[in-house]
Design a protein around this ligand. Sequence first.
Ligand code: EPZ
Length: 423
Amino acid sequence: MDKISIRGGIALQGDIKISGAKNAALPLMTACLLTDKPLKLINVPELSDVESMAELLSQLGVVINIEKNADHQTIEFCAKNLLSTTAAYDVVRKMRASVLVLGPLVARSGEAHVSLPGGCAIGIRPIDLHLKGLQALGATITLEDGYVHAKAPQGLVGTTFTFPIVSVTGTENLLMAATLAKGETRLINAAREPEITDLAHCLNSMGAKISGIGTDTLIIEGVDCLHEATHQVISDRIETGTYAMAAALTGGNIRLKGTRFDLIPTVAHLLQQAGVHLEQEEKDLIVKAPSSQRLQGVDAMTEPFPGFATDLQAQWMALMSLAEGASMITETIWENRFMHVPELCRMGANITVHGASALVRGVKGLKGAPVMATDLRASVSLVLAGLIAEGETLVNRVYHLDRGYEKVEEKLRACGADIERVR
Ligand code: EPZ
């Protein structure tokens, strides 16, 4: 199994091109199921989660054409002839985002059968809100043999659905389903993540009628059918925040190409409070760490967008491990997302967990060690820690990183990091 070896202590200097967002690409890919016409997506990241989603879509009968150039990948999806309406356990187990085929399939084909995803490393992750929302749209839902069976043979009907808590993929599933429902649907307390805005814009260019985009109330006027479209996937805000923190942690100065401040509003503010200089220069974000003094400890609490993203919490903890003073990091989205804590502690960090909060007392240095994590963002936080630790850090289970970070070692190496993939 591949590992990543890092020798820390080098201040990152240079340019990093930010890839298309994984969590935007996955729902956008499933939007192809809503129409028999082609959907072309530009700037799709080359990630194992994208491959898994493509595999699932092709099992459903979607014809996929991939074009790669030096800069990015463009994929055309055509769901002209659907061969199946079942997402089997084998693929859903590997990637929970597979549940995103549920809404589009039931809206277009009148039925969908999707394996229940079960638990995962970061928490229980139920899909009850996806199911309640589809029921409100008129689908009949039954649970049998570990599968969700959703049926709406006469089509879905517009409704008002209020999310009791904000759900990203829940909003995406219902948003897609409602595009083909009869009449108007209102999704209240909808998630406002930039990936949802991106999906809504793509659906509108396919002929959907969605308003309220970017707010917590999405209004969808159902249409009979959607058509062909080409759409560019937005830049990955989690990758942006991760590399901004890598620059900050190593005392570096990097240009994040093709990304924006407003994708990471709260994180940008926290970084500034810690002492990092950030500047938008046309399409690039410049991140500069102070050259001599240490960063300051700053408290952070995860929240739905525009709050501090849970997908950047582990990386923030790596950064705070070396800051001056103490900081409190509170996780409010996932109940088990502190798996990086014992690994960071093995590298010399001083962190104690009290329920949903972690108290990080900044230390002066970390020491390299063999480490391992069981989720994507926890793994990358260990890469960040390795970039500044003394000696070698060996990050095991690199397949987690490959799910969500495109060419991570190539990008960091281009900024001077001593990092390589070993077998
Ligand atoms: C999305 O997951 C992201 N995944 C996650 O990214 C991210 O951590 C999460 O949103 C929060 O921002 C994709 O976009 C593919 P939720 P999602 O539904 O949609 C509870 C990464 O590292 N909930 O917003 O599955 C749930 O348990 C990842 O890239 C219900 O109770 O998250 C959680 O506590 C991992 N019932 C909270 O809501 C439901 O039906 C938010 O979950 C749905 C969710």
